[in-house]
Every structure is written in structure tokens, then in C-alpha cells.
Ligand binder design. Structure first.
Ligand SMILES: NC(=O)c1ccc[n+]([C@@H]2O[C@H](COP(=O)([O-])OP(=O)(O)OC[C@H]3O[C@@H](n4cnc5c(N)ncnc54)[C@H](O)[C@@H]3O)[C@@H](O)[C@H]2O)c1
Length: 363
């Protein structure tokens, strides 16, 4: 198979679909890999390393797309890239179609086959290709949240940290999956009082086994319990996910009114459309906005801030899937593995994933 890796073009996105070491493994199985010039240069993966791994370097994204059968990327294509997509091309990448319904429709119309990392499943029901980026985003959510609580960042001017004889600050995490668990852990390490909300009772029970009951409350997520928790909080992290679907809105605009000015809200779920009604996507260049005196951080590619770590972590999990797709061919690989097939979101202009379909039908 001919596999192409274009340079990522989203704001502050230096991750790359394949590392030189992944390329070497794929080429050794008899496949061809085309890398766009300088695709990995920002994170120290230079063209000469890709050449020594057996890849070919092409000058432009257009050249890479035109000559490839499968494109391995990180982020969803942006509209500038749609003209490169076609019916006999497969994209293996994050797609987050429910997060941007308007552009999703245009992408689907290209006829491209899209296998989305974020809906590929494992036998235990987890999301193996989403998990490493959620692990990163969950940790970063606490870091950027703390940073934006600084007064000069329009936050409350409080420190989530260790101070003797001073009441701990309060961090609420709504959605306690992979990302949420990382945020909880960081918040506890920094002496916060943590409120964890989730709709899944079994998830909360499992977390209690992991984190105990010191400085942490486990709460079933309802409108009332979310409101009560966020009223007292300094930092609110939203990390809910319903596979493939637009994120449920766990904090409405009205709920902001009774929160304290300078509270920071980090919407990790913004790539799926955001779980706070007041959220809108932001970039690493301009990551926050203030609404009702509440600082909102809504960056859709948080792991783009740590692109080397994120690229290595992503390749660790994607490589075996890429090898499988290349060795068997797209159709056979999909037909033989129902968990990979759960990743199939679009094909020949049709939405094939029920969760994505449910969300996009509303628009
Ligand atoms: N912004 C970014 O750069 C970035 C990076 C990585 C991941 N993400 C996103 O973070 C989100 C979380 O990912 P994850 O891997 O942690 O998901 P996950 O499936 O591991 O966890 C999601 C949790 O949300 C809970 N949940 C679902 N609906 C809920 C509701 N209405 N109220 C409360 N809890 C609810 C689920 O029970 C589950 O525990 C996803 O949308 C993912 O795409 C964003």
C-alpha cells in the first residue's frame, strides 16, 4: 500500500502521523511511505531520518494526497485540505465529525473513507486510540487551568497548591474517564479539594477504589449536582464523552450566573462540540475568552502543546492498526475486526457510525 503523511496544518499543530521508527516498520513489510517535506521537523524528526527509514519525501501536501491510497494524519482535515480528498482515498486520523457539523458535511461529500481514531474500540469497551491524547489533555487541563487562575490571566488570583493553614482550593471534574482521571490525580497531588461528577455509578465506585476518600467527593452528575459543585469551584474541567456524539452540555449558560468571577473552566470535550453551552473553540495562540466573568479555555488540540510526547504516544497505539490496514487492505481489515470497524465514520459520502449520524442529523 502507498501511505501518505502530510504536514499538520491546524493552529500550533506540530504532531506528525508517523515517526521515522514507525515508517521503518511499515516499509519493512513492503509498503511505500510518502512524507511531506518537513512534516516532522518541528519536533526533531527531520527528512533525512525519514529517508533513512525508507520513506520518500514529497514537496507538497497535494503531491502526498495525490499519490497515496491511505493518509495517516493526526487532526481532522481542515477545509483547505478538502480538495485533496477523493472517493478512493482512506483517511486514518482523528475526525471529530460531531464537533464541527458544518465542515463535517463538506468532508463527507468528498466521498473519502474516514476511519476515526476516537471511535475505534477495544474488547473492554475502551477507546485505545483516543486514550493517549486524553491522558495528555487531562493532565494539561489541570496545568492550563491553574495557569489561567493567575490574576494577570483574568483568573481569581488563587493558587492551587500546598499552603499550610489555608483552606484548599476546589476543582470540579465532570466526566471521569481517561482525561478526567488524569485531572483528578493532578488536582489531588496539588492539595485541591476535588469534586468528581459522572453519570456512571460504577465509574465513580472504581475511582473511589483508586483515590480513596481524602479530599475527594464522588457525585452522580445531574443539573443540580453540577450547579452546586461549580458554584464553589475555582477550576472546572469538563471531560465527558459519548462515543462519536456531540458532547452533552453539562453546564448551561444560565448556570454561569451563580459562579464566582474569575473561575476557570477548561472544556476538554470541545473537540466533540464542547460540554459547556458557553464554549466555543479556541487556539493555542489565543486560548481563552471571558464570558459572564468566567475564563473559558477551549483549545481543540491540547496535546499539540506537547507534540513530541503526543506523537510518540500516538504512534505507540496506531502503528499496529496501520500495519493491519496496509497488510490486509482496507476492506479486509475492516471486515475482520469489529473494533476497527467501529472506527469507520464515513464511506462513499455516507455516515457509517451511528453516534456520529445521530449528532449530525440534528443539523
Ligand atoms: N481538547 C483536546 O485537545 C482533547 C484531547 C484529547 C481528548 N479530548 C476529548 O476529551 C473527551 C474525554 O475523553 P476521554 O477519553 O476521557 O473519554 P472517556 O470515555 O474515557 O470518559 C468520558 C466520561 O464521560 C462520562 N460522561 C458521559 N456523559 C456524561 C454526562 N452527561 N455527565 C457526566 N459524565 C458523563 C462517561 O461516563 C465517562 O466516564 C473526549 O471528547 C475527547 O475527544 C480532547
Amino acid at each position: 500500500m502507498i501511505i501518505g503523511v502530510p504536514t499538520e496544518v491546524k493552529n500550533n499543530e506540530s504532531r506528525v502521523g508517523l515517526t521515522p521508527s514507525s515508517v521503518q516498520k511499515i516499509v519493512s513489510s513492503g509498503h511505500n511511505v510518502l512524507i511531506q517535506k518537513n512534516a516532522g521537523a518541528n519536533i526533531g524528526f527531520f527528512d533525512d531520518q525519514y529517508l533513512s527509514s525508507g520513506a520518500k519525501i514529497l514537496d507538497s501536501a497535494e503531491d502526498v494526497y495525490k499519490s497515496s491510497e491511505m493518509i495517516v494524519k493526526v487532526k481532522e482535515p481542515i477545509p483547505d485540505e478538502y480538495s485533496y480528498l477523493r472517493d478512493d482515498l482512506t483517511l486514518f486520523t482523528y475526525l471529530h465529525l460531531a464537533g464541527d457539523p458544518e465542515n463535517a458535511k463538506r468532508l463527507i461529500d468528498t466521498g473519502v473513507t474516514g476511519i476515526a481514531y476516537e471511535t475505534v474500540t477495544a474488547a473492554d469497551g475502551s477507546m485505545p486510540l483516543l486514550a493517549p491524547m486524553s491522558t495528555i489533555a487531562g493532565q494539561l487541563a489541570f496545568v492550563v487551568g491553574s495557569y489561567h487562575l493567575l490574576k494577570h490571566n483574568k483568573g481569581k488570583g488563587v493558587m492551587i497548591g500546598k499552603m499550610e493553614d489555608i483552606e484548599p482550593r476546589i476543582v470540579t471534574v465532570v466526566g471521569a474517564g481517561v482525561a478526567g482521571t488524569q485531572s483528578i490525580s493532578k488536582a489531588l497531588d496539588n492539595n485541591a479539594l476535588v469534586k468528581v461528577l459522572d453519570t456512571s455509578e460504577s465509574k465513580l465506585q472504581a475511582l473511589e477504589k483508586e483515590f480513596g476518600s481524602k479530599n475527594i467527593e464522588y457525585i452522580i452528575s445531574t443539573n443540580d449536582s453540577v450547579q452546586t459543585s461549580i458554584n464553589d469551584s475555582d477550576l472546572v474541567i469538563g471531560s465527558v464523552y459519548v462515543v462519536g456524539k456531540e458532547a452533552p452540555k453539562v453546564v448551561s449558560k444560565d448556570m454561569l450566573i451563580s459562579m464566582k468571577p474569575g473561575t476557570v473552566m477548561v472544556d476538554v470535550s470541545i473537540d466533540q462540540g464542547g460540554c459547556f453551552e458557553s464554549s466555543k473553540p479556541t487556539t493555542h495562540d489565543n486560548p481563552t475568552f471571558v464570558k459572564n466573568d468566567i475564563v473559558h479555555y477551549c483549545v481543540t488540540n491540547m496535546p499539540g502543546a506537547v507534540p513530541l510526547t503526543a506523537t510518540e504516544a500516538l504512534n505507540k497505539v496506531t502503528l499496529s492498526y496501520i500495519e493491519n490496514l496496509a497488510n490486509k487492505g482496507i476492506d479486509k481489515a475492516l471486515s475482520e475486526d469489529k473494533h476497527l470497524r467501529n472506527g469507520l465514520n464515513i464511506q462513499h459520502g455516507t455516515i457509517t457510525h451511528q453516534g456520529v449520524k445521530d449528532s449530525l442529523e440534528k443539523f
